[in-house]
Write a protein that binds this ligand. Structure first.
Ligand code: SAM
Length: 282
């Protein structure tokens, strides 16, 4: 069955009475090159367990099943289950799990499904309405995964993969870099999808670090400082931190000065070390 053929896909979907849900970010890949390329970039083998978020009709899932030992695909939309039965029924190393990826206990899922695998990775064409929450929750929950290869909106990928200290960087750049190294892999044009989204996409790789690059006493505080510092793009870090953390300006100003930063400095110019220092001082 050719899942990249527009007519075949239309026929299967209408047979099951399926209509696309915009709210669930349902833009299915229809280009034959993207999924094999993503599966290749994941570096999976028969000892790798892969979690896929949102299989849709199973285009990427199929490629993952070919290269990995086991695939667990988490899908929120129950209407896709009979479709997936038809498109992926042949794969014995696949399990479809019903649920919201943001609500499932992924630690338990990994222990339960992948105890016989040597490594666990995540691969997905993410529903765009939950890109950052999914990525941050995968990273923050300290799951035993070593690599994430995901497609997100191009602009979001550029932010995730930006250099810390560059104009493109944001709170999410620093937060992701604390847990992982981020690498842009390739772009995907909007006409590779059915239906076409409004913007282009990109595939990126996050390699989880064994140890964060800076020592942080209180991670919650560290992330609160980063979030506050980037909260208002055109304002100085002094104003952002004082407003965002409800702290007197004098306190913030003396913390900035003590690590060699001026009152006029902006968050996009800070290093990861400076954020770590600030989280200790504030
Ligand atoms: N992997 C398919 C592809 O590349 O063609 C579909 C990708 S589509 C962009 C996103 C998929 O995620 C849809 O199948 C959608 O139903 C599913 N989805 C949306 N929200 C979800 C959630 N919270 N948890 C799990 N799956 C979700």
């Amino acid at each position: 069955m050719d899942l990249y053929d527009y007519n075949t896909v239309n026929r299967i979907l209408s047979k099951h009475g399926f209509t696309f849900s915009k709210a669930l970010g349902q833009n299915f890949l229809i280009d034959p090159n993207v999924c094999p390329e993503m599966a290749y970039e994941l570096n999976a083998d028969k000892k790798t367990g892969v979690i896929e978020v949102g299989p849709g009709i199973g285009v990427l899932t199929k490629e993952l099943c070919k290269v990995a030992g086991k695939v667990v695909a988490i899908e929120l939309d129950k209407r896709l289950f009979p479709v997936l039965d038809e498109t992926l029924g042949e794969f014995e190393n696949l399990q479809i799990v019903e649920g919201d990826v943001l609500k499932l206990n992924l630690k338990e899922l990994i222990e339960d499904k992948f105890s016989d695998m040597e490594s666990v990775k995540v691969c997905a064409n993410l529903p765009y309405y939950i890109t950052s929450p999914v990525i941050m929750s995968l990273l923050e929950s300290k799951l035993p995964i070593d690599e994430i290869v995901v497609m997100v909106q191009k602009e979001a990928a550029e932010r995730f993969c930006a250099e810390i200290g560059s104009r493109e960087s944001g709170a999410v750049t620093v937060a992701v870099n604390y847990f992982a190294t981020a690498e842009m892999l390739f772009e995907v044009k909007k006409d590779c999808f059915m239906p076409s989204p409004k913007v282009d996409s990109a595939v990126m790789r996050l390699r989880l670090r064994e140890k964060p690059p800076v020592e942080v006493e209180n991670e919650k505080r560290f992330f609160a400082v980063i979030k506050a510092a980037f909260s208002q793009r055109r304002k100085t870090a002094l104003n952002c931190l004082s407003n965002g953390l409800s702290l007197p300006k004098e306190k913030v100003s003396s913390a900035l000065n003590s690590i060699g930063l001026s009152e006029k400095s902006r968050a996009e110019n800070f290093t990861m070390e400076q954020f770590a220092e600030l989280s200790k001082l504030l």
